[in-house]
Structures are given as C-alpha cells and as structure tokens.
Design a protein around this ligand. Structure first.
Ligand code: ARG
Ligand code: ZN
Length: 501
C-alpha cells in the first residue's frame, strides 16, 4: 500500500487525544516493589528542598551516597531500572541496522563516574535483546554478565569515586520491545509499516537498542550514529553533524549537547525527507517526514514557530539549539516528546493541524529540560504539558476556565495526581488532574506569582531533574503562602476540590 493511501486510511479513524488512553486499562504488574527495603536514597519528600545547585545529570545533593549493593534506582513506579551508583555524562553510540533485517549491531562509549562514597566494584546497565561481546574500560577488559534485562559490568579495577572513565561496549542482537501495559503500545525499537525502524521509548525502551542507565534521574548528552544503507535516512535527536557515505552505507551522526533523559532518546531509519529550515533565534529546525506524506499533511507543523514563541515568552527561552519533529510511518495513537524532535504517527497529521503538537512542544520545557527525579513525579511532565497546551489554546482565544473545568478531558479515575499507580498507567489524573492543580494554584496565588513560579521552576532546573516537593516549596517561597493544605487537597487526594473562582 502506498504511503499517501495509508496516511488517509489511518486518519479516517481519528486520532485519540493525547490524554485519552490509560484510564480504563489494566495496571502494569509492579513486581516486587523495593522502595522501602532497598532504597538507596531517602525519599526526597521527607527532606527540605535542596538549596545547593546540582549539575545536569547529578542527583540532588541531599540524597545519601549510593549504596554499593543497590543496583536499581529506587522508584515506586517503574522498578528495576537504572543504577543509582553511576552517573553517566555522555553516550556515544553507533548502531548499524538495515530496514529489512531485525538484527542490529553497535558500539557505545559510555562516559561515567561512580556516585558511591567508596570504590565501585561493579555496576549495572539496562539491555533487552542484544548481547555484549566486548567490554573495555581504558585499555583493560571488563567482565560482563547478563541478569534478565540488565548486564552487570565488573571493571578489572574498582572505579574510584569522582573519577570519570569511559566504558566501551560492542554488542549485537535483536531488540526486544516491551509492551507498555497501560497503553498497549510497544516500547523500544520497533518496525514502522513501511519497512523502517523507529524507537518510542518512554519509559524503558532505549535499552532495547543500546546498553543504558535507563532512569530519568541520570541525564546525559548523546552522540548517535546510525549506519544505514546509503539510500536510507537515519534520524535522531539534536543536530545532524555529518552524514558521510562509506561504500554502500551512510553514517548519520546526530549530536545533542543538552542533557537528555534516556526515555527521550530517538532513533529512526527509513525512507524519509529531511526538511530543514531556520527557526526562531538561532534554533535550527529539522522535520523528518516519510516520503509520500503529502504537503497538506506537513502543513500542520508550520504552527511550530508560533508555539515556540508563545512558550518562550511564557516560560523562558526555548531550552535547546534544535527543534522540529518526526512523523513515523505508522499509526501510534499517541505522540512522544523525544527531545528536540517529538515523535508523531501518521494518525497525528493530515488536516493542516498536527494533533498534540502544542503538548509535545511544551514537554521540551517540562519533562525534557526539567525532568522528573522519579517516575512518580510524572505529573510534572504531563500536568505541565497539558496546562501549557491550555495556555496556548487560551492565547488563541479559548476560555481556559472551560478547558480546566471538571468535565473537560477524561473521566476522573479516582486516582490522586501523585499516586504512583496514576503515573504507572499514564492516567488522566497526571494529565488533566495535574493541569487542574496548576490552574487552581494560579487562582490561589494570582497570575503574577504563578507565572513567576513557572519561569523560576524552568530556570532553576533546566538541564536537570526535579521533584514534586521542590515544586511545592518553590510555590510557597514565591507566593509567600503556606500551601501545604492546598497541595494535599489538589495533588495527594483522590478527588480534587472545587476550582477556586
Ligand atoms: N509522554 C507522552 C505524552 O506526551 C505519552 C507517551 C505514552 N506512551 C508511552 N509509550 N509511554 O503524553
Ligand atoms: Zn505528554
């Protein structure tokens, strides 16, 4: 089937709103929750908001040094991801793949240092499918063993705290995308419907194609090289820094200089047009459209500049040097805020308007630049992006009080905004519930204080991570009000109060 035909067929079904899925789906299996027994870090909600600054990728300074025995980040929502004992600053990954073949091979150089107080004898990375054949740190071989969806790396010499090393891994195999239970979508490296590959990785799919410390609390910069047949286009986050032809292959090198949470990493290859143009300021815009997506369907992305301008005025200057979007050749039923280049399916485009564009672009500030410290802080992504979208629609003339009214969006599920179960299922309470909490905060502290809170929030955490407790503390500090009862009622209770007038 031709792509143009496919696009039309898919659009007929109508895209589900970004916020529709999840509430009636069965919860994911949570397995053994290890938050209380193996927590490497005390819960940040019980501590004062940290006053020291943290550098990108570093956990807040108020957390205890990681326990050398604890191999997973303690997270009440998605357990078993990431290793709190290491801090990765950069991934340089090179992946060779062919549209027609399921297998991939790759190398990755991971620049990291221990976060432990004592020398670190071994650590883990997440990896689902491919297998490591070679591992070195410096010139010395490291030992690698497989344990389910993780590998354990044991360097020849224990790693010294604070000393950066580069781990080089060679690997190959077939990615094993997981199913995201609440949404019924594959997560990770997957086929599009025209024989290409793409990744949609929130929350844990990046480990299907590269060994990674797969938790948002460890942000890093990335260089992603996609080695494809010469006629195929490879796309990732950030800026295309080269696309060299070597024999019958082409190496597409994409670079992101702004720290990125691993679930936001994008890779795609297939028959794409890359459309490049100047954006606002020095921002470079690159769109990737599957060949055959008609001009009319690409038009909706023209709105990007207006959205970027509105958010930059409202929240602070766009956090990145690169922007754009990718449309993948399949129907997704959802979109994802992959950093610099959010991901859409063919079902999101088509009528001169791109569904969820304003939502995914808002995530570039909230979620991507300011990332959750734990998955339980998911409303800091989804509530904020939903509210930003409402602000944009109000800017275009809609009534925000109507958008924020209790019967807008999904049926309330009865889960509190900060309930880990709500985050685990991408429930409507983290989307509309979170957005309503923000609107109520605005009505409670007034417009001036509210927008100062949002701007300060972004400015203080751009490039790093943040927690709900830190947001609450900031709102109290900026407004000068005691908001404990307010946040308990709006974020922690299952049924939200009446919207203040
Ligand atoms: N973060 C996406 C959004 O903008 C939702 C993606 C959910 N899908 C997934 N595979 N996690 O709302
Ligand atoms: Zn979202």
């Amino acid at each position: 089937m031709g792509l143009a035909v496919l696009a039309v067929a898919l659009l007929g079904g109508g895209a589900a709103a970004c916020t529709t899925s999840g509430s009636d789906a069965s919860p994911p299996t949570t397995g053994d929750r290890s938050t209380t027994t193996s927590s490497a870090r005390p819960s940040t909600t019980t501590t004062e908001a940290p006053t020291t600054t943290t550098f990108p990728g570093q956990a807040p300074a108020d957390v205890a040094p990681a326990d050398p025995k604890v191999a997973d980040v303690a997270d009440p929502v998605f357990d078993g991801l990431g290793d709190p004992r290491i801090d990765v600053s950069h991934y340089a990954v090179e992946v060779t793949a062919d549209p027609s073949k399921p297998g991939i091979s790759g190398t990755v150089a991971i620049t990291l240092q221990p976060r432990t107080a004592k020398a670190l004898k071994s650590f883990t990375l997440d990896l689902k499918g491919p297998e490591v054949s070679e591992a070195t740190i410096g010139k010395q071989a490291a030992k690698v063993s497989v344990d389910g969806d993780q590998i354990t790396v044991t360097p020849a010499k224990a790693l010294r705290p604070g000393k950066e090393v580069t781990l080089e891994l060679r690997y190959a195999g077939t990615p094993e995308p997981g199913e995201f239970p609440a949404l019924g979508v594959p997560v990770g490296w997957q086929a599009d419907s025209l024989g290409g590959w793409f990744t949609m990785s929130e929350p844990s799919g990046t480990s299907t194609w590269v060994p990674v410390n797969d938790h948002p609390s460890d942000k890093a910069t990335w260089t992603i090289t996609l080695d494809t047949p010469k006629a195929v286009t490879g796309i990732a986050n950030g800026r295309l820094t080269s696309s060299k032809v070597v024999g019958d292959r082409r190496q597409w090198v994409w670079t992101t200089d702004h720290p990125m949470a691993s679930y936001l990493v994008l890779a795609a290859m297939g028959d794409y047009d890359l459309v490049q143009r100047e954006g606002p300021g020095d921002v470079q815009v690159v769109f990737a459209f599957p060949k055959g997506v008609p001009e009319a369907s690409r038009k909706g992305f023209d709105e990007l500049d207006a959205i970027l301008a509105f958010y930059s005025d409202t929240f602070g200057a766009y956090p990145d040097d690169d922007a754009g979007a990718i449309v993948v050749a399949t129907s997704l039923g959802l979109a994802l805020e992959t950093q610099t280049r959010p991901l859409f399916g063919l079902d999101a485009v088509g009528d001169g308007k791109t569904w969820a564009l304003a939502h995914e672009v808002a995530h570039q500030w909230f979620g991507d630049a300011v990332s959750p410290e734990r998955w339980s802080d998911l409303w800091l992504n989804e509530g904020f992006a939903t509210y930003a979208d409402w602000l944009y629609r109000a800017h275009l003339g809609e009534d925000i009080d109507v958008l924020a009214s209790a019967d807008a969006g999904r049926e309330p599920s009865g889960l509190a905004v900060t309930d880990p179960q709500a985050a685990a299922t991408f429930d409507g309470s983290v989307y509309e519930g979170g957005a309503r909490a923000l609107h109520a905060l605005r009505r409670t502290i007034g417009d001036d204080a509210f927008f100062e809170v949002l701007r300060t929030w972004f400015a203080e955490h751009d490039g790093g991570n943040a927690t709900t407790a830190e947001f609450e503390a900031l709102a109290e500090q900026v407004s000068g009000k005691d908001l404990k009862a307010f946040f308990t009622a709006w974020l922690d209770a299952p049924k939200q109060p009446q919207m203040p007038g």
